[in-house]
Design a protein around this ligand. Sequence first.
Ligand SMILES: Cc1ncc(COP(=O)(O)O)c(C=O)c1O
Length: 416
Amino acid sequence: MSSEATVANSDLDALLREAHDRYRRSHPKSEAADLNARRFLPGGNTRSVLDFRPFPFRVSRANGALLTDIDGNQYIDFCGNYTAGFLGHSPDAVRRAIVDALDGGWAIGATHEKEAELAELLCERFASMDQVRFTNSGTEANLMAIGTALHVTGKTAVGVFERGYHGGVLTFGPNAAGPHHPLNVPHTYHVAAFNEMAGLDKLFDHDDLGCIVVEAVQGSGGCRPALRRRCDASGVVLILDEVMTSRLAPGGAQERFGLTPDMTTLGKYLGGGMTFGAFGGRRDLMSTFDPSAGGLLTQAGTFNNNVVSISAAIATLRHELAPARLAEVNDRGDRLRLSLDSVLSDTDLPMWVTGMGSMLCIHSSDGRYVELLFHTALEQGLHMARRGFMALSMAVDEQHCEALVNTTREWSKSVT
Ligand SMILES: Cc1ncc(COP(=O)(O)O)c(C=O)c1O
């Protein structure tokens, strides 16, 4: 990057201040709501990733690709609830399923038929999964999968990779020595460098290693088969976190990459936007929850089989995830990523785009650029996550993507 070619440091700060001022002027009600929320919610929210400077807009309505805030601003939503909103906001089939479910009563505190129906749909879809159990979130699914694996292997340590994110209490830093998240559950963790055979080898040097948790997209093509081989050779349970990546193909990233994990965790969009998680895998591992098979583990959770989430998930799987629709949205995401990357690499900006299919992220070595682009896009009615993350939903179309590419192009000219 040549320093003459991009705006000076102080100019970048000034541009951000101006963007914040314009944002304040167009969001007076959200600002008042933010001040009010801060009285009883620390930071004014209850999901930290949704916060941004100077304050986040408050949504009054979400439909299809569109978010409307309480100030009357509208945005095409590229964030897609961080992959949980894959179907677009408030899809009809899911809404109908939820309303029907409510008619039959909710929070029933007893088993019902729908939970087995959903289990069958998931096991048919994800080839490595013989049996499955439900949770309320992806985090919980990973916690349960790890607990199961350590119980079955009799080992105590969990292998993870740098920058791995498997939930708010399973968050790992950019280098193996940490810092890791202070709220992480207190397992012993061995953290390997990502995408490196040497790091992978070192992981298997630990005698206490019971399982490895990994996302398929973070993993490299080279390491994935090696990981499977090493797990087989050492009896380590390979847990594939497909909370996000299962959207990349009908049978998940495991189908796309030809990887067979021992256990898989799911969540997000599969619940149709309702709170959802699931963990499953080989029958001999999952039977540890089956007392009739001698299993010693029990799975507690008041809302594990809640009728609303289960019904929403069934509707999602039955009506919304046709292979052609998955392919379309993932292809659109690939095209968007390549277009944005080409716009940015035509400039001297220290910015680039990564991702796969419908999941993509704009990065910069100077976070102010991403923040500035985020605010510029918002002003044009285009909403990505503050950190540059996007998860295309099925409601985001070609024209929306074109608008984002054009906005990024115009903006990049204005800061170089
Ligand atoms: C890969 C991955 N695993 C697990 C989780 C946690 O899921 P949840 O937010 O439902 O607890 C997330 C959430 O972003 C995720 O991206």
